[in-house]
Design a protein around this ligand. Structure first.
Ligand code: ADP
Ligand code: MG
Length: 320
């Protein structure tokens, strides 16, 4: 009795497995392995049916031995050959995962470069459009000052000149933040030094910056991304770390750019803060768009340490 139930159960399960294999045949675009598995599972179900019929039917009824031998052999051959074809499915999965990762990187890279182009366009518009207008207004006002003016009018002109100078200075700053002219004109090392000078003005924090970069220039995309990453690291230390010392090393050797960054601040748990802001995750995605490596090491009370390497020979355009 138990054997009968077991045989019935195995027939039902095998038929379900046959249906699943047929479905997988369609999903895997008629991969040969699933067709072979379907045949093997069907012939196994037939074998179980034969055994069941023998068990419940006339005791003298005997199914031909050939029936079982043929089905058994078909099952073995189909399973054995099917396994070889399954390998092809895994190869295809690996290839499609690789293509997906490449596409994601390309999309990210396109987003970053569009963002940079927009920043550059906006910065140029401010610098070349609004800048000269403000400067010529200042010139006219300065000319007006040469005339004999009443004390009251003179005060108004002086005040307007002061406000205009502030506006020109802040326009230059905004335009420079949007797209640093030093980076475009003089490269990564000089732009980094400029940024350090501007950010530590009037602060007690000391940034020790060392580099072996002289006049080397890299592709604009590489320079802009690394500059933005360095700025974010420095801004984070100034904003969150309560540190007193920052060390930044920027080195270039054998077509690899190394950035070592360290602060002696209060540290943080990198896993716990990944969703807090966009800064750290942007660093990771920017570096990965250059096919580089980025490691952020930190723990509470132990400061933070970042090691970044970018092999520019991995990038379509590297050193120029
Ligand atoms: N150098 C650092 N020292 C201490 N904490 C930091 C440092 N850098 C980042 N953090 C922590 O990680 C969080 C996330 O940083 P980030 O992604 O740059 O976002 P945001 O700067 O906008 O807060 C910060 O809010 C801060 O708590
Ligand atoms: Mg930040």
């Amino acid at each position: 009795m138990v054997l009968k139930i077991l045989l019935l159960l195995s027939i039902i399960l095998q038929l379900i497995a046959v249906l699943t294999a047929i479905k997988l045949t369609k999903i895997t675009k008629f991969n040969f392995s699933w067709m072979l598995f379907t045949i093997a599972l069907t012939s196994m179900a037939f074998m179980r049916c034969g055994e069941y019929l023998q068990l419940v039917g006339d005791k003298n009824m005997k199914l031909p031995t050939d029936f079982f031998v043929w089905l058994g052999a078909t099952t073995s051959v189909c399973f054995a050959v099917g396994v070889f074809f399954v390998k092809k499915i895994f190869n295809n999965i690996t290839i499609s995962n690789h293509i997906k990762a490449q596409t994601e990187k390309r999309i990210l890279s396109a987003i970053l470069s569009t963002e940079e182009k927009e920043r550059w366009r906006f910065s140029k518009e401010l610098h070349d459009g609004l800048g000269p207008l403000l400067s010529s207004t200042k010139m006219s006002l300065t000319a007006l000052k040469k005339d004999e003016l009443s004390q009251y009018n003179n005060d108004i002109v002086n005040n307007t000149l002061y406000v205009l100078e502030e506006a020109i200075r802040s326009l230059r700053e905004v335009s420079n933040n949007l797209s640093p002219h030093t980076l475009t004109d003089f490269g990564l090392a000089r732009a980094t030094q400029n940024f350090i000078n501007r950010s530590t003005k009037g602060s007690d924090i000391e940034i020790k910056f060392s580099t072996n970069l002289k006049k080397e220039r890299f592709d604009t995309e590489v320079e802009v991304i690394l500059y933005r990453v360095i700025c974010e690291l420095i801004n984070n230390s100034l904003k969150h770390a309560q540190c007193s010392n920052i060390t930044l090393k920027l080195f270039y050797e054998n077509s690899i750019i190394f950035i070592n960054y360290k602060d002696d601040g209060k540290g943080f748990n990198p896993q716990a803060v990944m969703d807090v802001g966009m800064g750290l995750s942007n660093i990771n995605s920017r570096i990965s768009s250059l096919k580089g490596q980025c490691e952020i090491v930190s723990s509470p009370d132990n400061g933070m340490y970042t090691n970044i390497t970018v092999d520019i020979s991995n990038n379509e355009r590297g050193k120029i």
